[in-house]
Design a binder for this molecule. Structure first.
Ligand code: ASP
Length: 324
C-alpha cells in the first residue's frame, strides 16, 4: 500500500488553510508527511490521480503570481480536478463590497476549493466566512502564505533530515513579507531556531515577540546557521523609502559568497521567488547547485499543494457530479 493510500483515512481538523499560525506540530507534520509522498508521486511519468475527481478548484488571484498559481493549477489537474483560473486586476477592485460580491458570485457556482491571493492582509479570512467551500490562502498582503512555509519546511526537512534544532536565518524585507511570517510561525512551532536579519527599517516592531532573534548585520546573523532564507524587497507594498538605494542594500544585505562564509560550510540557500538578482542575492550564489535549493523549492511546492487539496477535500460532501 502506498503512503498516500495509507494516509487516506486521516482527516485535517480545519475546513480552511488560512495560515500557519495556530496549527499544532502534529497538524504541520501531517501535511508535510502527505506532501512527501506526493513528491515521489509527481516524479513518475503517469501523474494523474482521481483524488479530486468531480471536484472544482477556482484559483482567484487579485495579485500577480507565476509560480503559486501555476503550482496550484498543476496540483489540481494532477489530482484529476477541474481547475478554473481567475485573475482580477488589482486596479479594478474597490475593496470591501466588491470582494464580498465576488465571493457570493463564486459561491453560487459551487466550487469545492477556492485558492485566493489578495493584496490586503485579512481579506482571505473575510472571504472564508462567506463561502461554503474550502479555502486556501495563497498569500494575503504581508500576513501569511501558508503553502510557501510548508514547502520551505519540507525542502529543509528533506535536505537536513529534521527541523528541530536547526538554525534558520531569514534575511531581508521581513516587514512586508508574508513568507517570513508564515515561516516564523511554522519553524518556531517545530522547534527550529529562527533569526531575522534586516535593516531596522525593514523589521516589524516587536518582532522578537514571535520567538525570533533579531540581527541588523548579515555576517553576525548568518554565523553558523544551517539555512539562509533570502527575501525579495516587496516594493509593491512600500509606501515611502525603506532603503537608501538597491546598490547600498546589496552591499550590506545582499547574499554573496563573502557573507555566506559566516554560515555553516554546508548551509543551504533558499528564496521563495521571484528573485531580484543583484539586489537581495548574487546571481552566482543563487545558481550554485551545491548550495541553492531554489528550484527544488518550486518542485516541492506542487507536492505540497497536492497534499493540501487532498487533505481539505476529504471532509467535503461529494457534489452531485461526483455522486452521479
Ligand atoms: N512569491 C512570494 C509571495 O507571494 C514571495 C514574493 O513575492 O517575494 O509572497
Amino acid at each position: 500500500m502506498t503512503a498516500i493510500a495509507r494516509a487516506s483515512n486521516i482527516r485535517f481538523p480545519h475546513r480552511h488553510l488560512l495560515g500557519i499560525e495556530g496549527l499544532s506540530p502534529d497538524e504541520i507534520t501531517l501535511l508535510l508527511d502527505l506532501s512527501e509522498s506526493y513528491i515521489e508521486y509527481h516524479r513518475q511519468a503517469d501523474k494523474k490521480r482521481a483524488v479530486l475527481r468531480g471536484r472544482t478548484l477556482i484559483n482567484l488571484f487579485f495579485e500577480t503570481s507565476t509560480r503559486t498559481r501555476t503550482s496550484f493549477e498543476l496540483a489540481g489537474k494532477r489530482l484529476g480536478g477541474s481547475v478554473i483560473n481567475m485573475s482580477v486586476a488589482t486596479s479594478a477592485i474597490k475593496k470591501g463590497e466588491t470582494l464580498i460580491d465576488t465571493a457570493m458570485t463564486l459561491n453560487a457556482m459551487h466550487p469545492d476549493v477556492l485558492v485566493v491571493r489578495h493584496p490586503d492582509s485579512g481579506a482571505v479570512k473575510l472571504l472564508s466566512e462567506k463561502v461554503n467551500c474550502a479555502l486556501i490562502n495563497a498569500g494575503d498582503g504581508s500576513h501569511e502564505h501558508p503553502t510557501q512555509a510548508l514547502l520551505d519546511a519540507l525542502t529543509i526537512r528533506r535536505r537536513k533530515g529534521r527541523l528541530n534544532g536547526l538554525v534558520v536565518a531569514i534575511c531581508g524585507d521581513i516587514l512586508h513579507s508574508r513568507v517570513a511570517r508564515s515561516n516564523i510561525h511554522l519553524l518556531t512551532t517545530m522547534g527550529t531556531r529562527v533569526r531575522v536579519v534586516a535593516p531596522p527599517t525593514l523589521l516589524p516592531a516587536e518582532i522578537e515577540r514571535l520567538g525570533v532573534e533579531v540581527f541588523n548585520d548579515m555576517r553576525r546573523g548568518l554565523e553558523d546557521c544551517d539555512i539562509v532564507m533570502m527575501l525579495r524587497l516587496q516594493s509593491e507594498r512600500m509606501h515611502g523609502t525603506f532603503v537608501p538605494s538597491t546598490r547600498e542594500y546589496f552591499h550590506f544585505f545582499g547574499l554573496d559568497y563573502e557573507k555566506l562564509s559566516a554560515a555553516k560550510p554546508d548551509a543551504m540557500i533558499m528564496h521563495p521567488g521571484p528573485m531580484n538578482r543583484g539586489v537581495e542575492i548574487d546571481s552566482e550564489v543563487a545558481d550554485d547547485i551545491g548550495r541553492s535549493a531554489i528550484t527544488e523549492q518550486v518542485e516541492i511546492g506542487v507536492a505540497v499543494r497536492m497534499a493540501c487539496l487532498d487533505m481539505l477535500t476529504r471532509t467535503l460532501p461529494l457534489s452531485a457530479a461526483e455522486l452521479a
